[in-house]
Design a protein around this ligand. Structure first.
Ligand code: GRF
Length: 205
């Protein structure tokens, strides 16, 4: 069985939805550990309630390089069996850029969720970016993590129509609902080995 590690920094609603889906849909992957770079992340409490191991690797005040921090993360993932051979890492609101070394070690084994239809509006505040731009549609994207910023091969996207009276809050809420749906779906596809990567494209069988 594959082992899953989830990296969070805050609310953890995507993490919660993935963990609940694994149980409900009997996704063949073992939730092994949730790691937060912030000790006060609300998601840690949720993970604990759901009975999953939690670990804190505080990034604030960490003096080393990005790779030195990531080595600590990798050591923790490894402790729980989330290895480059037998693991899947999900970034779920993890507010750190991960190092190229980490990406290379876990090639095509790290997923991320982004609240826009990539390649539109990468980076932060994507829902606000879409509203400010005057887009009529936005949505969310699950993709493999590569060494760029929100640039890896796309696995699933979901489109959300933008309403004339939408605020950042109302749009974010509708997008979040779709995030929960497609992120769990992507974990399911990965666990069932249904995703093949071919260059920039993924092929779902
Ligand atoms: C989500 O909107 C996700 O797309 C983005 O950060 C937010 C995390 O929310 N990367 P949560 O912690 O999963 O509730």
């Amino acid at each position: 069985m594959l082992n899953l590690g989830i990296l969070i920094s805050g609310r953890g609603s995507n993490m919660e939805s993935i963990l609940k889906s694994i149980k409900r849909e009997k996704i063949p992957i073992k939730p092994a550990v949730v790691i937060s770079n912030k000790p006060d992340a609300v998601g840690l409490k949720i993970a604990e309630k759901l009975g999953i191991n939690i670990e804190i690797i505080e990034s604030k005040g960490f003096k080393g390089t990005r790779w030195q921090y990531d080595k600590k993360v990798i050591a923790t993932l490894t402790k729980y069996g989330v290895t480059p051979r037998n693991g899947l890492v999900c970034l779920a609101g993890f507010m750190r850029i991960i190092s190229p070394e980490f990406v290379k070690k876990y090639k095509n084994r790290i997923l991320n969720i982004h609240p826009a239809l990539l390649p539109a509006f990468p980076g932060l505040d994507s829902q606000k970016q879409a509203l400010d731009y005057g887009s009529k549609y936005s949505g969310c994207t699950v993709h493999f993590v590569d060494t760029g910023m929100d640039t890896g091969p796309i696995i699933i996207q979901s489109v959300v129509k933008i309403k004339e009276n939408d605020t950042e809050e109302s749009l974010s809420k509708r997008i979040l609902k779709e995030e929960h749906r497609i992120y769990s779906k992507a974990v399911d596809l990965f666990a069932r080995k249904k995703i093949k990567v071919s260059g920039r494209r993924t092929v779902i069988s």
